[in-house]
Design a protein around this ligand. Structure first.
Ligand SMILES: [Zn+2]
Length: 255
């Protein structure tokens, strides 16, 4: 056969594999990640791209109304702008994770740049809170073969992905976003009616806009106002992510 005809499809398959490994949230090909909670009753709320003075304080008040703790993956350069907000997140019992210093697509970065992006965010959080975080979520959910190893070198124990990402950054009506979040309730109802399910959901939402401070995420707040009481009434408990929830990057682990 003409090698051109075989080379093209093979190339596409290889490229597809890399794209899958880099971006599919539950792909483990570039090393282990946490993407579920250990119990079907536990729902982990996670928020990326803050801290954001325009949204995060309102979100904290909303979460407090339901006694809900969440996990916040923050951007280092926004931490520099709003250290007080980061302290408030921690004081209110939420867990902080690393979401890089400037939110680049990590797929294109080599080890030195990765170390700078992840290490600077670690240092910035540590300078405010006294200790660096042990969790990390890659910007855009995208990794490459070096990310887990570099993350481990800067003190991160687990990379966190998700089971549901409703794309709350899109400028669509609140009703659309509420529908996109429906699978959480659907799965909780299934669990109640006896369909066996071993693990629970991690939802990825955004309290900030990675491009600039004070991004408008009011639709995310409104959708949560709708869902938080309903999720609670379905028996879901709001939990934070802990490095013990899944595979660790610690010494000896695949990276
Ligand atoms: Zn992000």
């Amino acid at each position: 056969m003409n090698p051109l005809f075989t080379a093209v499809p093979l190339g596409l398959v290889a490229a597809g594999g890399v794209v899958y490994a880099a971006a599919y949230p539950r792909s483990q090909l570039f090393g282990p990640t946490i993407c579920r909670t250990p119990s079907p009753r536990d729902l982990a709320l996670t928020f990326d791209d803050g801290p954001n003075p325009a949204i995060t304080p309102q979100l904290l008040d909303l979460l407090a109304r339901y006694d809900a703790r969440a996990t916040f993956f923050v951007i280092g350069r926004f931490v520099r702008e709003c250290p007080g907000l980061l302290r408030e997140l921690e004081a209110r019992g939420h867990v902080i994770g690393n979401h890089s210093e400037t939110h680049p697509n990590l797929f294109w970065l080599g080890r030195a740049s990765l170390r700078e992006e992840l290490g600077r965010c670690q240092d910035r959080i540590a300078s405010v809170l006294g200790a660096p975080p042990v969790l990390m979520r890659p910007p855009f959910g995208v990794r490459n073969p070096f990310v887990n190893g570099v993350a481990r070198e800067v003190g991160i124990r687990s990379v966190v992905m998700w089971t549901l990402i409703p794309r709350d950054w899109l400028e669509r009506p609140v009703e659309w976003l509420i529908r996109r979040m429906q699978p959480i309730a659907g799965r909780a109802t299934q669990a109640q009616t006896g369909t066996p399910r071993a693990t629970g959901d991690v939802i990825c939402l955004h309290d900030g806009d990675h491009r600039h401070l004070n991004g408008d995420r009011s639709r995310t707040l409104k959708a949560l106002e709708y869902w938080l009481p309903r999720w609670r009434d379905l028996g879901l408990q709001f939990v934070t992510i802990s490095a013990g929830d899944g595979p660790s990057l610690a010494a000896g682990g695949a990276a």
